[in-house]
Design a protein around this ligand. Structure first.
Ligand code: HEM
Length: 510
């Protein structure tokens, strides 16, 4: 019989003895569950080939998996194999277990370890822990970091990144930055009111400006510092190369492939620019120049530690820019396709903020339920991060199967949140389903749409992201009616889940 490690026994006091009894009962229950479960070998999934495992599936021309279309690959796997699918034999990485079942996802999250382990990117792990080890030392941030080092860092920055009291203080600056994006749209749109094909890049600039690492970066200025575009390009290069390094044959582990070189250079660029911002933040703090403290300055003031500040900044640049900007691009696109919903949203904004120049405040945003519903509905249908995961740190029974320690559990959020089983009329854009009291709101499973993850490792930037997205939408929708007059765009992974094609939106002045 396989032993399950379910916890430590504490037998030093009477309450300790009670605890020991509970733990032993729990152990016994788990052992029984394990014995009744189906062996791991029986989990369905694509068969591996000798030597190449399943990695060949990502080889162009012969393979049937395209990185850009992992969304469609996941759907296919679900329809072919069901709610629990094993993906084994990807060279250089552990087996993955794809979960398409919110009940099972909830179970995994509820039993989460105190130090949850998200399947990390080995390539970023290499960068932080080997290639630039002297720079990062023991204080590596949170991305691709695990165990006590992760916990130590995360608990220090949680209080700045996640406290509503702190994020609230930034509404005014985020609103000012969003106003800058509105001005920029007015400048770049043509006589037909249409923005250029690379409009997403302008949203990236807005998102970068929102990071509040120093008080103002000037990213949306027409004479923005060249570092703005360098940083945006570097983050893009990083993300585009991650899946290539992780899912294709990992030649980079043996020699410096061009993809790997580009990836390392991109990370070096992000690191170099980050350090400049930390230095500026520090100088301003020293001179007591700053009125409103930037996020970096708050970390510096709290910790008096430039390492923590720079590593937080690096992680924020890595995962905070493209996620938020692609979410905004996707929501604007959906609103342009769904004019009735856009009109309802405009009505809500206009009722709560009748004066177009009135200051957006936290209290006003709180009243905008339809706004939040539009955001949630877009994230349900097109989550910018289509899946998430955890590594099992002990043997577990998942979906009725014996899953050994070390397997990477991948939560297939995109597929799940587009199944009618969990969201009736799932193919329709219906923000109403997120409003309290609506018929549709009653039936969805709380773990069927989790765009920011869940638990202790949940997105560190979610409060900022929410605030930024809400604010910029209010600013844009109260200024413009958005339309789109071209062929409907499909979505692809590039590097986030985003509309595939030029976002030539029309912004008609209100
Ligand atoms: C729409 C915008 C965003 C989305 C959809 C998003 C989504 C996610 C998801 C799914 C995770 C994994 C959570 C888990 O494992 O349970 C995550 C982690 C993370 N996110 Fe975000 N994110 C967004 C914006 C941001 C922003 C703006 C920042 C920073 C300013 C940020 C910083 C982070 C960090 C640092 C982590 C790693 C947390 C850890 O491992 O402890 N994110 N995000």
């Amino acid at each position: 019989m396989k032993l399950l490690r379910a916890g430590r026994r504490v037998i030093s006091s009477s309450s300790g003895q009670q605890q020991a009894v509970i733990t032993t009962l729990h152990d016994a229950q788990l052992s029984e569950e394990w014995e009744q479960a189906v062996p791991y070998e029986k989990v369905p999934g694509p068969k591996r080939l000798p030597f190449l495992g399943n990695t060949w599936r990502f080889i162009p021309l012969i393979g049937d998996f395209q990185i850009e279309h992992v969304d469609k690959v996941s759907k296919r796997l679900y329809h072919k194999y069901g709610k629990v699918v094993k993906m084994e034999g990807l060279l250089g990485r552990p087996d993955m277990l794809f979960l398409f079942d919110p009940d099972e996802i909830e179970k995994v999250f509820r039993q989460e370890d105190a130090l949850p382990f998200r399947p990390s990117m080995p390539s970023l792990n290499y960068y932080k822990h080997v290639y630039r080890k002297e720079f990062f030392g023991d204080n590596c941030g949170v991305i691709a970091v695990h165990g006590e080092k992760w916990q130590d860092f995360r608990s220090r920055v949680n209080q700045i990144m996640l406290q509503p009291r702190v994020t609230k203080m930034y509404v005014k600056s985020i609103a000012a930055t969003s106003q800058e994006l509105v001005d920029r749209i007015k400048t770049i749109k043509n006589r037909n009111h249409e923005v250029p094909a690379d409009f997403l890049n302008e949203i990236h600039k807005w998102s970068l400006e929102c990071e509040y690492l120093t008080n103002r970066l000037g990213c949306l200025d027409s004479d923005a510092h060249p570092d703005t575009q360098r940083l945006i390009d570097a983050v893009n290069t990083f993300f585009i190369n991650v899946p290539i390094l992780e899912l294709k044959v990992p030649f980079w582990k043996v020699w410096n492939t061009p993809t790997f070189k580009a990836y390392l250079n991109a990370l070096d660029t992000i690191r170099e620019i980050t350090m400049k911002h930390v230095t500026t933040a520090l100088q301003k703090l020293d001179k007591e120049e700053s009125g409103e403290l930037s996020v970096l300055q708050r970390v510096l003031r709290l910790e008096n530690d430039t390492k923590t500040a720079s590593n937080l900044a690096l992680d924020m640049f890595l995962v905070g820019i493209d996620t938020t900007s692609n979410a905004v691009a996707s929501i604007l696109y959906q609103l342009s396709l769904h004019q009735e919903n856009q009109a309802t949203l405009y009505e809500e904004i206009n009722t709560i903020l009748p004066d177009i120049n009135a200051q957006i405040t936290h209290e006003k945003l709180e009243q905008m339920h339809y706004l939040k519903a539009c955001i949630k509905e877009t994230m349900r249908m097109y989550p910018v991060v289509i899946g998430n995961g955890r590594c099992t740190t002990s043997d577990r029974v998942i979906g009725g199967y014996q899953i050994p320690k070390g397997v990477q559990i991948i939560f297939q959020h995109y597929v799940i949140s587009n199944l009618k089983e969990y969201f009736p009329r799932c193919d329709e854009f219906l923000p109403e389903r997120w409003l309290k009291g609506s018929e549709l709101s009653k039936c969805h499973h709380p773990f069927a749409s989790l765009p920011f993850g869940f638990g202790r490792r949940m997105c560190l930037g979610r409060r900022f992201a929410d605030l930024e997205i809400q604010t910029v939408l209010v600013e844009i929708i109260r200024n413009f009616k958005i339309e789109y007059h071209y062929e409907k765009l499909d979505y692809h992974i590039h590097p986030m889940y985003t509309p595939n094609g030029p976002l030539k939106l029309q912004f008609l002045n209100r």
